[in-house]
Design a protein. Structure first.
Lengths: 137, 76
């Protein structure tokens, strides 16, 4: 199981019910495949950065889900077939999440280290460096 | 004798390192648009001062945002 985000753009002419219907279908596909739709966000209408299918606007929807490749394939196929959906983007979030966790752990370790140093002897303390180095990826 | 031009150039710093922005996400248009100037190109490191690991994450995020029409590929 992997964590994914699927964002797609629905036509601005679609009604609220249309969008709900699409969301229901996609959620059905995910749960049928043994995945889990963790979050469904309707981000509302936004101006598009460029013209897509002769429209300048679109309604954005964001799915956060857990699943595997077969689910993603099926969801993407469904999205391609739907006339109201203009565009979609699937992003695997595992790499980014792992990176964030690593940085967080690194920060905590440093903070713990710093507070320990402070308790031991404050007179020898050096000013903290201005910019923190990134941990190696 | 050649006249040496002396400029004082402020050292550029990486915005993401200084402000400790960990999460460079394709959805964060407000953040990303700071690094796409008028022609909608990705701002080079030599101008923005972003460090290499962050520039890599940044350019990936901008490219994803372009794909989903959050950012333009080129200005019209």
């Amino acid at each position: 199981m992997r964590n994914y985000e699927i964002m797609f753009i629905v036509s601005p002419e679609a009604t609220e019910e249309d969008i709900d219907k699409i969301n229901g279908q996609i959620e059905g596909v995910i749960t049928a495949g043994g995945g889990k739709a963790e979050k469904i966000e309707k981000l509302g209408k936004r101006r598009l950065a460029y013209i897509v299918k002769k429209f300048r606007e679109g309604a954005y929807v964001l799915f956060t889900l857990q699943g595997d490749g077969a689910i993603i394939r099926e969801v993407e196929r469904r999205l391609r077939v739907m006339d109201l959906v203009f565009k979609y983007l699937t992003v695997n979030m595992d790499g980014a999440m792992k990176r964030l966790d690593k940085i967080k752990a690194h920060r905590q370790k440093r903070a713990a280290h710093r507070s320990r140093a402070r308790n031991e002897g404050s007179e020898r303390r050096q000013p903290a460096p201005a910019a923190e180095q990134m941990p190696e990826e | 004798m050649a006249i040496q031009k002396q400029y004082y150039r402020r050292k550029k710093v990486c915005k993401f390192c200084v402000e400790r922005i960990d999460n460079i996400n394709y959805k964060d248009v407000k953040l990303l648009s700071q690094f796409v100037p008028e022609r909608a190109k990705i701002m080079p490191r030599r101008i923005s001062g972003v460090c290499t690991p962050h520039q890599r994450l940044l350019s990936d995020a901008i490219k994803k945002a372009r794909n989903i029409a959050l950012l333009p590929f080129a200005t019209e």
